[in-house]
Design a protein around this ligand. Structure first.
Ligand code: HPA
Length: 242
């Protein structure tokens, strides 16, 4: 197994793959159930981050178990999707953003495998947190498919599950954030610790609180996501072919 897809909000359906099988993988952090299948002659793992019916909120996702299970399966390359709000007027609902940096505003999550003890202590380098080679492939594919994709963007990760206040959004924009979501930390960090090549395609589902003229709803996020799932599927599948 070389490739995994971590599906975010709106990307729950493993049927983009053929010959699907259920995998049950024990890890030190709990058992992970996910699907594996085939595409273009390659074996691909698929984990819907929030569960197959969006039953796991962002702050309760077992990020360490998910990444550990993939590592154990031999996964080397991970393409993750995330739904995000935008703080950047150029990044509009329906656009994709190929994240290249993050700002970590999570509060109550363990963001490392290295907690001392038998696994020791490590300080992983995150100068380039997102895999340049997968990002290059995705950027090239998006161009060919005519999909509107920003080639760089800074992802602000909040604890959630609430949306942000307009004051927080103003602060994040001042700090250089482009988009805001609730899941990329610690996922990207753990993938890095596990020495996997990890990239995130974010889909802008809304302008963030205070920029958007109306209060945010999860329904709005899902609606935009649904309208664009075909694009995100196509983008990921053509990248897998490469
Ligand atoms: N904030 C945080 N997470 C999100 C948003 C948002 O505006 N939209 C989609 N996920």
């Amino acid at each position: 197994m070389n490739i995994a897809i971590i599906g975010g909000t709106g990307v729950y359906d493993p049927r983009i793959l053929n010959n699907i099988r259920e995998q049950v993988t024990p890890t030190p952090y709990g058992v992970v159930r996910f699907k594996t299948g085939e595409y273009a002659g390659k074996e691909v793992a698929f984990i819907p981050r929030h569960g197959s019916n969006h039953s796991i909120p962002p702050h309760l996702i077992n990020y360490r178990a998910n990444i550990w299970a993939m590592k154990k399966m031999g996964v080397k390359n991970v393409i993750a999707t995330t739904a995000v709000g935008s703080l950047n007027p150029d990044m509009k609902p329906g656009d994709f953003v190929l994240i290249d940096q993050f700002l970590d505003f999570v509060k109550n999550r363990t963001t490392t495998f290295y907690e001392g003890g038998s696994r020791g202590v490590a300080h992983v380098d995150v100068t380039t947190p997102y895999c340049p080679s997968i990002r290059n492939v995705l950027a090239g594919e998006a161009k060919e498919l005519g999909i509107s994709l920003h080639q760089q963007g800074t992802y602000v990760c909040t604890e959630g599950p609430r949306f942000e206040t307009p004051a927080e959004i103003k602060m994040f924009a001042k700090l250089g954030g482009d988009v805001v979501g609730m899941t990329n930390v610690p996922e990207v960090i753990l993938a890095r610790e596990a020495e996997m090549c990890y990239a995130t395609v974010s889909m802008v589902t809304n302008f963030a609180a205070g920029i958007s003229p109306q209060p945010l709803t999860h329904h709005e996020v899902l609606e935009t996501m649904q309208a664009n799932t075909e694009n995100i599927k196509q983008l990921i599948l053509t990248a897998i072919e490469r």
